[in-house]
Design a protein around this ligand. Structure first.
Ligand code: UD1
Ligand code: CA
Length: 453
């Protein structure tokens, strides 16, 4: 069966990153570089993804898990040697894309084009024409334009150094021919490495069909070597993502300071202010206003909401809700429509029903709150006894006064009232009022005495 395969080289050390972390694990817009490459291959339903690992291999494997299979390259003797380690693909028929883990901007469209145009051919190399071809390998063609070989910068003569068409390091190869000839690569060169680039000359000698595909946007093939490159890549990707959302009807007050990750979805007429971060598959509906300093992570936001300076993680927000400033909603919280969640309010693993209010200084954890409930200022669900967590249930229409502690497990009935300042540890039945605080005593003239002391 003909298959689409890919080999991603990620065994190198990445010295210039100056980091204890594996180079390909450094993030571009919230996702490790290797994650970007693998996601884009997954988008194309590539059948086999082999990642060649070496330095800090465990880190990459722990992150990618079963999304790829791994080939260990130790020691690292060059790009040709790296591909040789992908022996699990040896008997696979079809086409194999070869990519680098530190080249995270190559788009699925480009990858797909390589698969498409290499159909029936032996090898297609993705090339780029650069004003300053720097240290890249040079594409050497004959007078008819036929690709003869790739010469590494260090092995180039004066004339070859003048060539502006370079090797991006990305190829699509007929898999059988690849594994048939990998063994023909030697380490007879300046760096005593097995150069994958030698395969081009070997293929040419055998009379195979080789072609070059110039990349549309050279930024796509940007390799990341240090933290300065990391910023360049982030800015490029950010611009690409935000521009696309503007085309889809999203307003950005300042797209250069708004960070929308690649797997996020945003609806029409939503307005994003500066310093908004939309992360990890967040889905935002239409006509929302997301004010500065908001972080929304792995959450679903409906329509017509205003979110101000708030942090929302793993939560679901319905429609027509005002959140913040400075609210924190997390761990599976659900806020149903027409709510008001105000400043310094934290919700953890809780639901709050339709048309309720929780406007100030409140902690609601492990609670199920009904609709048309008022939670006064400073309400606290006391959900933890130091060992276990307990549930609070507040039924529809209940009114919880300010500064109330609800010691869970506890149920507050429908239309019940809990008076301000109460610390409640007993259930309150439907329609009851609970009050638990000492009676007030006023002492005549004590105030004046105190002041004149
Ligand atoms: C390579 C190409 C060069 C091309 C350039 C584009 C070769 C011989 N040269 O050069 O023509 O212009 O890429 O960026 O292929 N890697 C391994 N194992 C190894 C060596 C490298 O996994 O033994 C990985 C690295 O981690 C990296 C990638 O392969 O992700 C490229 O390696 P690098 O050493 O940067 O190649 P260049 O010398 O830049
Ligand atoms: Ca490189």
């Amino acid at each position: 069966m003909l298959m689409k395969s890919a080999i991603v080289l990620a065994a190198g050390k990445g010295t210039r990153m100056k980091s204890s972390k594996n180079k390909v694990m450094h993030e571009v817009l919230g996702k490790p570089m290797i994650g970007h490459v693998v996601s884009r291959l997954e988008k194309l339903h590539v059948d086999n993804i082999v990642v060649v690992v070496g330095h800090q291999a465990e880190e990459v494997e722990t992150y990618l898990q079963h999304r790829a299979t791994y080939a260990l390259q130790r020691p690292q003797l060059g790009t040709g040697h790296a591909v040789m380690q992908a022996q699990s693909l040896k008997d696979t028929e079809g086409q194999t894309l070869i990519l680098y883990g530190d080249c995270p901007l190559v788009q699925s469209e480009t990858m797909n084009k390589l698969y498409e145009i290499n159909e029936g051919k032996a090898l297609t190399v993705l090339t780029a024409v650069l004003e300053d071809p720097a240290q890249y390998g040079r594409i050497v063609r004959d007078e008819k334009g036929i690709i003869l070989k790739i010469v590494e910068f260090k092995d180039c003569d004066e004339n070859q150094r003048q060539i502006k068409e370079i090797n991006t390091g990305i190829y699509c190869v007929d898999n059988e021919l690849l594994f048939k000839h990998l063994g023909d690569i030697s380490d007879d060169n300046t760096q005593k490495e097995y150069y994958l680039t030698d395969l081009i000359e070997i293929f040419h000698r055998n009379g195979y069909d080789i072609q070059g595909l110039p990349v549309m946007d050279v930024n796509e093939v940007m390799g990341i070597n240090d933290r300065i490159d990391l910023v360049k890549a982030t800015v490029w990707l950010q611009n690409r993502i935000n521009t696309e959302w503007m085309r889809q009807g999203v307003t950005f007050i300042d797209p250069t300071s708004t960070y929308v990750e690649e797997d996020v979805v945003i609806g029409e007429d939503t307005i994003l202010y500066p310093n908004v971060y939309l992360q990890k598959g967040t889905i935002i509906g239409k006509s929302n206003t997301i004010l500065p300093q908001s972080f929304i992570v792995s959450s679903m936001i409906g329509d017509f909401n205003t979110i101000d300076s708030s942090r929302i993680t793993d939560s679901r927000i319905h429609d027509h809700i005002k959140i913040g400033p400075f609210a924190h909603l997390r761990n599976g919280t659900v806020v149903e429509s027409k709510n008001r969640i105000g400043n310094f309010v934290e919700f953890k693993n809780s639901r709050i029903g339709y048309d309720s209010r929780c406007a100030h200084l409140t902690y609601i954890g492990d609670a199920d709150v009904g609709s048309k409930v008022n939670l006064g200022c400073g309400v606290v669900t006391v959900n933890y006894d130091g060992k276990n967590k307990f549930k609070t249930i507040i039924k529809d229409g209940a009114f919880i006064g300010s500064n109330v502690n609800l010691i869970a497990p506890i149920t507050i009935g429908k239309d019940a009232v809990v008076a301000a300042g109460t610390t409640a540890n007993l259930d309150v039945e439907d329609g009851e009022m609970a009050i638990a605080r000492t009676r007030q005593v006023n002492k005549v003239n004590y105030g004046f005495k105190y002041k004149n002391k």
